[in-house]
Design a protein. Structure first.
Lengths: 467, 461
């Protein structure tokens, strides 16, 4: 695809993809992400860039271009039809000039359908403002959408037309587009009619009469004058009162009267046919083009909201800047067999203030106050060095995490005692995972699983009796 | 500030540093999180971006595991009679062999801290204030960088927040932030950024940019959420099914079909909302919302669901087996406002025959149309709004069950339905659940209007 997309087409393509992804699953775009992330950091820009890349890959880009071509072709065909039918209608309505022409009836035939359709459009615009009354516009749309299928039997990719419809509907532009098309086609038809009218007037001889069964002729004088007011302002000659009355009486017509009536006819067609359609077409076209240039994606739509989070990431990784050490030196309890001590000591290490100390069942046992600060730890170590116990029970707060500092200190304590067990206090059933980590950590310093207890009675029993 | 702010995230092992980083970076796969202690043993970084520009560089560090030993070691490096202040002592330690052997992990932390502009010190508020934690804070303070303590797990019942506040104050740290990576507060992230701004005045501008960007992001997300709910309500309100009114069996079947369609449509909306907020099935913070595996526990059409929300069935609804469906007689359905009729007539003759014609023909052939009762629409509105509010707050631990007497909930329970919904009822082509679905500009306008209305009322907490 050599031609770049216009901003509007970009958004159309984005809408195609959004609808496709909403109906089916999100499209694969991992390989396109690096390119997308290079685009300026604005949500809409990046979404459009992604849409372009995906559209090129999936063939929707080509689809959009094709749709536009079809639309243009359809418009051309319809314009041609309008021109020819307007021309033909004018000629057939004028007739050959053998019989006198009923001038008001002629005007009605030339402008009747046009005025009715115009009225429908106006009512439609006032009622719900959505321009549903632009029937020709709808016909053009339908044909454009189906042209590919009709003409060449190719399967119509409904999503392209559907996305355009949705996009236009959402931004309130559909009424201007369909209005512009409708008015344009009518304008062409009326121009064709005008050409036919002029041709007929130029090359054939007509006599204009007014017929009536029930109305007085004064009505027609007023009617002619009223209808002729606008054409007169535009510079067309209109028949005066005498000419009107004369036309109603079936007398042979004067040259001046014929000319006046012709001028009046042409003037009415221009003033009430071409002019309104021209102005409305210009108005709709202007509003459509203005709306199109102002069109931006509505980023609140669900598909875009999710994309925005991905294309405008909140963070990016820097990676590891300081590698983890392969291993850390760990402490381990030194095994010794000499039965040096006799004491049985209960010690609490880093226990939280809510844990009762000393524990209720420990009345018969010698215990230390809770050890936490550096000085207290030093003091305990000193005491153990001078009086090594036979059995040492260390109570730990199971809600804490095992860390190297605590484990190292435990090792130092255990090195002085003959047998050391650990009692994990303060856990609740839901902390089963944490207990597991404690077991692991304690095993790594050399305390077997049976040396780690969490039941108060069992722990104190071991301390007193050794089993 | 063209260079981004460097922040180190430090603390004891297992306090939730990596979780905090995941929350701030919105990157759910950053680093490794596990209850196992000493999970993070390297220093890993991430950049926070605003419109593609890096504002903050965050560094996750290993836990400090032997602060007490390290502090003792650092003090022993000072020769008697020497006067070295904090940073100098830390430098001396970092250049000593201790930094590569026993205290290699702690050295990484302190080195990163020295390289940063400031640090977030993450503390598990459930832990007692032990001596080793105080030593840790002393070491951090010795690095001479502004420190912002982040008290994590404050919403846990075991939290000891007041003890920690006092302990931190004794160390000269008076500005701190409450957080909870599991059950985050409504504006936890905002408060963290605001406190950083007070701590680091020189970096005020980029931090405020980040703050504003995050707020804008949250607002946009909510707007998208309201739009999803509005579209759900329009689709359901406009949905209709034709039934021949004499055959009860056929009615029952069509009713069941209609209900199933509505249920699925609601489920699609719920799934979309969950996806919008990147809710993952494993997240525990949705305890207060009766969603089971991403679906509402209460069936939309059960009388309990309606009763639970304090909504009453309309008078026209038939109770019992076809609860919740209003039988909309063709006669009633055709009393349209003048504007609609005119619009319909002008709007394309074939469109008139399209839907009204169908109903006219249907009437002649003895059909009725089934639509969804107002009560169900109310229920949908109330419970989806509640879901959206809950997602926005992500499981604030104090999330209360829906308060039925809140003025905005009352409005949906008992007030008149919004105009957009009333007009949706007259436009069956607006419902994606019906066959004649056509995306129209009027539908988009109705959705936008309804979304705005939904958003105007502050939703229940």
């Amino acid at each position: 695809m050599s031609r770049a997309l216009t901003p509007f087409e970009s958004r159309w393509l984005a809408e195609v993809i959004r609808q496709h992804e909403a109906a089916k699953s999100p499209l694969e775009d991992g390989d396109l992400l690096p390119q997308v992330l290079k685009a300026p950091a604005d949500a809409e820009t990046r979404i459009l860039r992604r849409a372009e890349l995906i559209g090129a890959r999936e063939g929707w880009l080509a689809g959009i271009t094709t749709w536009r071509e079809h639309a243009r072709t359809t418009l051309l065909i319809l314009a041609l039809i309008a021109l020819i039918s307007g021309f033909g209608a004018a000629l057939s309505v004028m007739g050959t000039g053998e019989r006198p022409v009923n001038v008001l009836w002629l005007l009605g035939s030339l402008l009747g359908v046009h005025l009715f359709s115009l009225a429908l459009w106006l009512i439609g615009m006032m009622a719900d403002g959505q321009g549903g009354g632009a029937l020709l516009g709808r016909a053009w749309w339908w044909l454009s959408d189906h042209l590919g299928a009709l003409g060449m039997g190719r399967k119509r990719d409904a999503v392209i037309g559907g996305a355009l419809l949705h996009l236009l509907a959402q931004h309130g532009l559909l009424r201007w587009v369909s209005g512009a098309i409708s008015h344009l086609l009518w304008l062409i038809a009326l121009l064709g009619a005008l050409v036919g009218l002029l041709l007929a007037l130029a090359l054939q001889r007509y006599a204009f009469i007014i017929e009536t069964t029930i109305l007085p002729s004064e009505v027609f004088v007023e009617l002619t004058a009223a209808l002729g007011w606008l054409p007169a302002k535009l510079g067309f000659a209109i028949p005066d009162a005498d000419m009107v009355r004369a036309s109603g009486e079936g007398l042979p017509q004067m040259e001046a009267a014929r000319r006046a009536w012709s001028s009046w006819l042409v003037g009415c067609v221009v003033a009430y046919g071409i002019l309104p359609r021209l102005l409305l077409w210009a108005g709709c076209q202007f509003l459509w083009m203005r709306g199109r240039s102002r069109l931006r994606l509505d980023l609140n739509l669900p598909g875009y909201a999710a994309l925005r989070a991905r294309l405008l990431p909140a963070s990016e990784r820097i990676g590891v800047v300081d590698q983890a050490p392969s291993s850390l030196p760990g402490a381990r309890i030194q095994a010794h067999t000499a039965h040096r001590g006799q004491a049985h000591l209960l010690v609490g290490l880093e226990l939280g203030g809510d844990i009762a100390w000393p524990p209720t069942g420990a009345s018969a046992v010698s215990y230390w106050p809770v050890v936490d600060a550096r000085e207290e730890r030093q003091r305990l170590l000193e005491a153990l060095r001078t009086h090594p116990p036979a059995r040492l029970l260390v109570a730990l707060d199971a809600r804490l995490s095992p860390d190297r500092g605590t484990l190292r200190y435990l090792t130092e304590l255990a090195n002085h005692a003959d047998a050391t067990h650990v009692w994990l206090i303060g856990h609740e059933p839901r902390d089963a995972e944490r207990i597991g980590y404690w077991h692991e950590a304690l095993q790594s310093i050399g305390l077997p699983p049976d040396a780690v207890m969490d039941d108060e009675q069992r722990a104190l029993h071991w301390l007193e009796h050794g089993s | 500030m063209s260079t981004p702010l460097h922040l180190a995230v430090v603390g004891h092992t297992n306090t939730g540093k990596t979780s905090l980083l995941r929350t701030l970076t919105r990157d759910t796969d950053f680093g490794e999180v596990s209850a196992r202690p000493s999970t993070t043993r390297h220093v890993e970084g991430a950049r926070l971006l605003v419109e593609g520009e890096p504002i903050i560089e965050l560094y996750d560090t290993p836990g400090m595991e032997d602060a007490m030993g390290l502090l003792a070691a650092v003090e022993s490096l000072v020769k008697p009679g020497e006067r070295l202040d904090g940073p100098d002592r830390i430098e001396r330690f970092l250049h000593s062999p201790l930094a590569t052997e026993r205290f290699e992990q702690e050295a990484k932390v302190l080195r990163q801290l020295r390289k940063s502009d400031a640090a977030l010190v993450v503390i598990d508020a459930r832990d007692p204030v032990l001596a080793k934690y105080r030593d840790e804070l002393t070491l951090f303070a010795a690095c001479a960088r502004p420190l912002l303590p982040v008290l994590n797990f404050v919403h846990s019942p075991a939290s000891r927040e007041m003890e920690w506040r006092e302990a931190l104050a004794r160390l000269g740290l008076h500005v701190m932030v409450r957080f909870d990576t599991v059950a985050p507060e409504v504006d936890g992230e905002r408060r963290l950024l605001e406190k950083l701004i007070t701590l680091l005045d020189a970096h005020r501008l980029p931090l405020e940019r980040l703050l504003k960007a995050r707020e804008a992001e949250a607002r946009e997300r909510m707007a998208a959420g309201y739009r999803l709910i509005a579209e759900l309500l329009i689709d359901v309100a406009a949905c209709r099914v034709m039934v021949k009114h004499d055959e009860e069996e056929a009615i029952r079947r069509q009713v069941e079909l209609l209900r199933e369609r509505i249920r699925q449509r609601e489920q699609a909306c719920v799934a979309a909302l969950l996806k919008l907020y990147r809710f993952r099935p494993g997240d525990v913070d949705m305890a207060a919302i009766p969603l089971v595996e991403g679906r509402w526990k209460e069936d939309l059409f059960s009388p309990d669901a309606l009763r639970g929300m304090g909504i009453h069935l309309g008078k026209g609804a038939v109770a019992g087996a076809i609860t919740g469906i209003g039988i909309d007689l063709i006669v009633g359905g055709l009393t349209l406002g003048a504007a609609t009729v005119a619009g319909a007539v002008a709007g394309g003759l074939w469109q008139v025959f399209g839907h009204y014609g169908e109903r006219l023909v249907g009437r002649l052939r003895g059909f009725r149309s089934l639509t969804v009762d107002d009560a169900i629409l109310r229920l949908l509105a109330v419970r989806q709004r509640w879901l959206l509010a809950a997602l926005d707050r992500r499981g604030h631990a104090a999330i209360e069950p829906l308060r039925l007497e809140a003025p905005d909930v009352k409005r949906w329970r008992t007030g008149p339905l919004p105009k957009a919904l009333q007009s949706a009822r007259q436009h069956p082509q607006w419902s994606a659940l019906n066959e004649g679905f056509q995306p129209e500009a009027a539908r988009e306008k109705a959705i936008a209007e309804l979304a705005k209305q939904l958003a105007e009322e502050p939703p229940t907490p």
